[in-house]
Design a binder for this molecule. Structure first.
Ligand code: AMP
Length: 579
């Protein structure tokens, strides 16, 4: 398939706001691809060459791409830079450079999707001295065979920001329409995806084996499943009542303030995945060791929360301190010494080759407790208590807060594991006046001393208010996914709470996410989630949500959260009502 044909599809998708039209375009494109092309096309429309859980990195930065554009077109880097600053999109700058190139290539061949896919994926395997030069050469070669429009999308793909408004929900709907009975089978595609996190595989299975094949797709070692999420309870007693018919069916567990992790083990091989499904094994050698030595199962998948632990005082360290460990790529051993991890295990999703997803929580916990040999301070079972009466539940809750935990989790012991869902089988109870996890959607440079920093940040929540009801009036309970078609509504502007160091780091990251500008204000691709505290929520006509946070303050970057995990407009409304 020619790359030009796929680029035609990109343009169509980018040019329409209609979700139905996007879905139809995707379905047609999938249906028209042959068996070999289908996984490639499904990958390329998502704009990521590898799934999040494969620890592969193309190693492509904006400056490297700029050099490749200059090499392919003969246009000076400064001129490309100017163009980039004007529009905030290096893809546009590439298209412009390609149109104005001073260096005509004599023989150009038509690019194919296979060529783009293979060349870009190969970039991840380049290592050692000279690898940056090889990356520049490879991208430059693709760019010199590109038309200006192809150059735009190729550049965006290499940088990992395709921006055509296609998220997971649309790919799911496109697959259901292309190979199954459309809307009726969306649920099955969704489930297959939540378990495999691999749309190319889901698409191929839907096409070749239909519904039967999809239902067979299950959990596999070293391919993480979406974690089950929790709903918020309006207080402990309410939560217990709404989660199960009998209070005795409810298990309380301490809610630890750390990082959700999924552990996969086969013999001596252990891998650690985050809630965003990133493979962070290299950053956590201490967790790998603890699992190897204390989990007595040839193969298993365990769900848990990791916190930082001070071995001297035997108390947890703050989340902020521990979160340094998530993305750490150098001096890891030193950091492990200073901030060792402690894993609290609370679920087993597979054991000894058998999937436990459809078994009750009680069975899964039995399995977990059978294989886990706790090592205090390194790997433990989450503290828990079965609810017998209200009074003792309250005591457990107060005890958890006193121990410095965030609150408690309430779990229905009869429930199966629902990947990616927030369905009321698991709830959290914590004290009310809450912080909000919000996305940065726009940014502006500060004035005065901090004028080099993007210090004025517009904050947004997920706008779930329209999405909750489908066109036919039925409730849509499929929350918790990350998709580009997700809408965000702004709730305020942040200017304080960060140190210079934090702001410098944020600015560096934001500058790579700029996606356009209006006057002094830059659009930012919504990717960074901040935890924000504030004094109150007020009604306001200034922001499209209809609310404004009074005195918002930066608390921390939530490295562990994806845009789809940020708080919703309904949540903001709820908190407003509770004031
Ligand atoms: P929240 O992030 O506020 O939606 O709360 C849910 C998160 O609490 C989960 O995703 C876990 O990361 C975390 N958590 C802490 N302790 C537990 C526990 N005992 N069981 C389940 N989740 C827990």
């Amino acid at each position: 398939m020619e790359y030009a044909a796929l680029v035609g599809v990109y343009k169509h998708l980018e040019g329409t706001q209609s979700t139905l039209e996007k879905r139809d375009v995707l379905a047609r494109t999938f249906a028209d691809s042959d068996a070999e092309q289908l996984p490639i096309v499904v990958t390329l429309v998502q704009g990521h060459l590898f799934p999040a859980w494969q620890a592969e990195d193309l190693g492509v930065s904006s400056s490297l791409t700029k050099r490749a554009i200059a090499k392919a077109t003969g246009i000076e880097e400064e001129a490309i830079d100017d163009r980039w600053r004007e529009t905030g999109d290096l893809g546009d700058a590439a298209a412009w450079a390609s149109e104005n190139e001073t260096q005509q290539t004599l023989i150009t061949t038509d690019l194919t999707v296979e060529d783009v896919y293979t060349t870009l994926r190969e970039l991840a395997s380049y290592e050692g001295g000279g690898s940056q030069g090889r990356r520049i050469d490879a991208i430059a070669r693709l760019l010199s065979d590109s038309t200006p429009t192809e150059a735009r999308y190729l550049t965006r793909t290499a940088l990992g920001h395709l921006r055509i408004g296609v998220g997971e929900g649309l790919v799911r709907d496109g697959i259901a329409l292309a190979f199954l009975d459309g809307d009726e089978d969306v649920e099955a595609v969704e489930r297959a995806f939540q378990v495999t996190n691999d749309y190319p595989l889901v698409a191929r299975t839907a096409r070749e084996e239909g519904m039967a094949g999809l239902s067979e797709l299950g959990i596999e070692l070293f391919r993480p499943v979406r974690v089950m999420l929790a709903e918020k309870a309006e207080g402990l007693e309410d939560g217990i009542e709404s989660i199960a018919e009998e209070p005795g069916d409810v298990l309380l567990e301490s809610k630890y303030d750390g990082v959700r992790i999924q552990l996969h083990k086969e013999g001596e091989e252990v891998r650690v995945f985050t809630r965003k499904l990133e493979d962070v094994t290299e950053a956590f050698p201490d967790i790998v060791r603890a699992v190897r030595e204390n989990v007595d199962a040839e193969t298993c998948v365990i769900d848990g929360e990791a916190i930082g632990y001070d071995r001297e005082t035997k108390t947890p360290v703050t989340f902020q301190r521990f979160s340094q460990r998530i993305k750490r790529r150098y001096d890891i051993e030193d950091l492990v010494e200073r901030i060792p991890a402690l894993v609290y295990c609370f679920d087993a999703l597979a054991l000894k080759g058998e999937s436990l997803l459809d078994r009750s929580l009680e069975t899964r916990i039995d399995a977990l407790e059978r294989v886990l040999d706790a090592e205090p301070g390194a790997i433990e079972r989450a503290e828990n208590e079965r609810v017998t009466e209200e009074e003792s539940a309250r005591e457990f809750y107060e005890g958890a807060l006193e121990a410095g935990h965030e609150g408690v989790m309430l779990k229905n012991l009869g429930a199966r594991y629902q990947p990616g869902r927030r369905v009321g089988y698991m709830m959290k109870a914590k004290p009310t006046m809450e912080t909000l996890d919000l996305l940065i959607t726009r940014a502006q440079y500060s004035e005065g001393r901090r004028s080099d920093f993007l210090g004025r940040l517009f904050l947004a929540c997920r706008d779930d208010c329209e999405a909750e009801t489908d066109a036919d009036g039925s409730e849509d309970d499929r929350t918790g996914r990350e998709n580009d078609e997700q809408r965000f509504s702004e709730v305020g502007r942040l200017a304080t709470g960060y140190t210079d160091e934090q702001l410098r780091e944020l600015t560096d990251r934001l500058e790579a996410l700029l996606a356009g500008r209006e006057g002094q204000v830059f659009d930012v691709e919504p990717a960074i989630v901040l935890e924000i505290e504030y004094e109150a929520i007020q009604p306001s006509s200034e922001y499209d949500s209809g609310y404004a946070l009074r005195f918002p303050r930066f608390l921390r970057v939530r490295e562990d959260l994806a845009p789809a995990d940020s708080d919703t407009l309904s949540r903001v409304e709820e908190l407003y009502d509770q004031q």
